[in-house]
Ligand binder design. Structure first.
Ligand code: KDG
Ligand code: MG
Length: 402
């Protein structure tokens, strides 16, 4: 079998997605997500101009060799653009391998380790009343784990709080929106939110919170310690993670578990955090981390060090990425949690998929391959529309992580 064509499809059914579709001489096709929020066209060009010509004529069965060819062969290693492009190829090749074998990809990864993939949803609100309504809504839908994001008095717009509760989309403008931030106000407010939520909903629901890289290590340590009475499953991205040793300071002061990794691209970004057991959950995902092949390596390293997976699953990762993540989630021994932000009906129509939600779990389905596709005619109805993530400033105007 040989690869005879590969198409890069950009579509915007409410938000932008980049998808690679690989076509073989025997008519078997595979899909891979290549979406990099706010930098989509860089990956499109990388794939179209620099990767697709290298794929033509290759044997799609040689997944590892193709991965190494694209990673080592570029000479320039790592980085989100390169690793998203490699991920798209890798994901599409696993999809093809599954279809050729007549097996779901999770069976090629060793088979099911669990019956369903536990997911968490995003409850958020400007006010406490709004948050309580939203947490109750997720519990009614069967969720066992809920991420809680709250407005902060005195800060006009806070990360994770949105008007449209089910389909949060932060890439909201053709040029970046500017938001403001006060660490002091945030740290003074957040513990009271979790005190109330825990009090209202009891000990069973797993609670999570995303700090979105906004604190220093000692501030994160203070937050973690102040949240200890409420038994969070994790605080996510407490600090920017380029400095892994900074996590030692957080660890010295709090037992609140820590999750990070959604902006990581390779095992090298995560290795020190994992080896020194400075985190509890690694939140890398298929599209930005070199695909199923490379992420499996990360999860295997994590398993040796008591670190579980907690894969990123925001709406900017397409249903193709979600499908691939679910096949990994159901197979690996050290699965933790999967983030699940629902896609809009328009997006779901462009990407028909087998995976489905039931009673707090996602199920990847049993179709051969990944069980997801792109409807190219539907995709063509939604042309690319530039959209950026916001930027964030302190009240004195200093740029701060968003
Ligand atoms: O594109 C950026 C989003 O994926 C990110 O802001 C979402 O932090 C996020 C999360 O945990 O879902
Ligand atoms: Mg996050």
């Amino acid at each position: 079998m040989k690869i005879v064509d590969a198409r890069v499809i950009v579509t915007c059914p409410g938000r932008n997605f980049v998808t690679l579709k690989i076509i073989t001489d025997e008519g078997v096709t595979g899909v891979g997500d290549a979406t990099l929020n706010g930098r989509e066209l860089a990956v499109e060009s990388y794939l179209r101009d620099h990767v697709v010509p290298l794929l033509i004529g290759r044997d799609p069965a040689r997944i590892e060799d193709t991965w190494q060819y694209l990673y080592q062969g570029a000479y320039w290693r790592r980085g989100p653009v390169t690793m998203s492009a490699i991920a798209a190829v890798d994901t599409a090749l696993w999809d093809i391998k599954g279809k050729v074998a007549g097996l779901p990809v999770y069976d090629l990864l060793g088979g099911r380790s669990r019956t369903g993939v536990t997911v968490y949803g995003h409850a958020n609100g400007e006010t406490m009343d709004e948050i309580l309504v939203e947490v109750a809504r997720y519990l009614d839908l069967g969720y066992r784990a809920v991420r809680v994001q709250s407005g902060v008095p005195g800060i006009p717009r806070t990360y994770g709080v949105s008007a449209d509760k089910m389909f949060y989309e932060p890439a909201d403008a053709a040029l970046p929106t500017e938001t403001t931030w006060s660490t002091e106000r945030y740290l003074a407010h957040v513990p009271s939110v979790f005190a109330r939520v825990r009090d209202e909903f009891g000990p069973d629901v797993r609670l999570l919170h995303d700090v979105h890289h906004r604190l220093t290590p000692i501030e994160a340590a203070r937050l973690g310690r102040s949240l200890e009475p409420y038994g969070l499953t994790w605080i996510e991205d407490p600090v920017p993670a380029e400095l892994p040793e900074g996590f030692r300071i957080i660890r010295q002061h709090t037992t609140t578990p820590i999750a990070t990794g959604e902006v990581f691209n390779t095992i090298w970004d995560a290795a020190q955090l994992i080896r020194e057991q400075l985190i509890d959950y690694i939140r890398m995902t298929v599209v930005h981390s070199g695909g199923i092949t490379h992420l499996r390596r990360v999860f295997d390293l994590a398993a040796l060090h008591h670190v579980r997976s907690g894969s990123h699953g925001a709406t900017d990762l397409s249903p193709v990425c979600m499908a691939a993540a679910l096949h990994l989630d159901i197979a690996i021994p050290n699965f933790g949690l999967q983030e699940y932000m629902r896609h809009t009906p328009e997006t779901d129509a462009v990407f028909p998929h087998e995976y489905h939600y039931e009673d707090g779990y996602l199920h990847p389905g049993d179709a051969p391959g990944l069980g997801v596709d792109i409807d190219e005619a539907a995709a063509a109805r939604y042309p690319y529309a530039p959209a950026y993530l916001p930027v964030n400033r302190l009240t004195d105007g200093t740029l701060h992580p968003w």
